[in-house]
Design a protein around this ligand. Structure first.
Ligand code: GLN
Length: 320
């Protein structure tokens, strides 16, 4: 059986039950601490938001508390780059799962500075390099932020400057990745520029409600809240959902596809964005992570939500 996103009552009851279970869960994972500022977040939080393609937004738990979206921002920068530069971006970044952690260096040397996909850090830094070409980091950051404002229909969304500075001070692996790619001529601006852009877009803060609203275009065939000037092409939406499915959880992407069956993107702030094409955009958040860098409870919530609703890209609803 598949629950319709219009069946508000049933869906709200499912969300509340999941939020309830998560609030008392004892196995909550560990909050990321390699970016010092992120370590200050309490691991007690859990939030969930569902934004149907048509229908009202449903939330449960801490769905209005801001958190650092971190790598989930890579979905939005990839969308912006694809819309601006089209398929030429694939000359500089691949679209295969890496099977390695998000900040891995080893593959990059073997593959001559061309990152496997746009969601591992190296790939996202190349995307940032594309977005900063011919302009200042400040201009590129402002463009990304304003793009997110449009997607989320919310101009209040901002960057947590403490998180950005914290990563700037400690992001040595990312500096290494960018420098190596510069040596291989796959970073074209001075390395500090794409890194500046990358650290800032990772530090964008959103609530589950804002994040699920921002991701709605991926469920709604590119529609951005009915604004024709902001519409994202269908070709781009298909590509992004595909890369989210195959690479959105790094070396745990297969596991997310197996357990949940939806395109998803994780971030080390503890958020996960998931897409049910044609149906809804979903955001879940809880700061504690597993060893692969995905939120323990947000992953669990997606699994339970998919099971309860029947939402999956791999199985059509049974006709009764
Ligand atoms: N900003 C983080 C980093 O570069 C993003 C990682 C993530 O969310 N997986 O390490």
């Amino acid at each position: 059986m598949m629950i319709s996103s219009r069946d508000t009552k049933k869906l709200q009851a499912i969300l509340d039950r999941i939020a309830d279970t998560m609030s008392t869960a004892s196995e909550r994972g560990r909050v990321a601490n390699y970016i010092p500022e992120l370590a200050n977040v309490s691991n007690d939080h859990f939030g969930l938001a569902v934004v149907p393609v048509d229908g009202e937004t449903l939330i449960s738990g801490d769905a209005d508390i801001l958190f650092s979206i971190q790598s989930i921002s890579k979905v939005f920068t990839l969308t912006l780059a694809l819309e601006k530069y089209g398929s030429t971006i694939w000359d500089r970044v691949g679209r295969e799962p890496s099977g390695d952690p998000f900040n891995s260096i080893v593959q990059l040397e073997l593959e001559h500075g061309v990152p496997r996909n746009p969601f591992i850090n190296a790939g996202a830094i190349v995307v940032a390099d594309l977005l900063v070409e011919g302009r200042s980091p400040q201009q590129a950051i402002a463009e990304i932020l304003s793009f997110c404002h449009g997607l989320a229909a919310d101009a209040e969304i901002g960057i947590d400057q403490d998180v950005a500075r914290s990563e700037e001070r400690t992001g040595f692996r990312n500096v290494a990745l960018a420098s190596f790619m510069r040596a291989e001529d796959n970073i074209r601006s001075p390395v500090g520029h794409p890194l500046d852009v990358y650290f800032h877009h990772c530090a964008i803060a959103m609530s589950c409600r804002q994040l699920a609203t921002a991701g709605r275009y991926l469920a709604a065939s590119g529609d951005v809240h009915g604004d024709a000037t902001k519409r994202i092409s269908m070709a781009c939406v298909r590509r992004i959902n595909a890369v989210m499915m195959t690479c959105g959880h790094y070396d745990a992407s297969g596991e997310f596809a197996f357990r949940v069956g939806l395109p998803g993107k994780s971030g080390i702030g503890g958020g996960i964005l998931g897409i049910v094409p044609g149906v809804a955009s979903i955001a879940a958040w809880s700061p504690g992570l597993n060893v692969k860098g995905s939120s323990v409870l947000a992953s669990r919530a997606f699994e339970e939500l998919a099971k309860a609703t029947g939402w999956s890209v791999f199985a059509a609803p049974r006709r009764s």
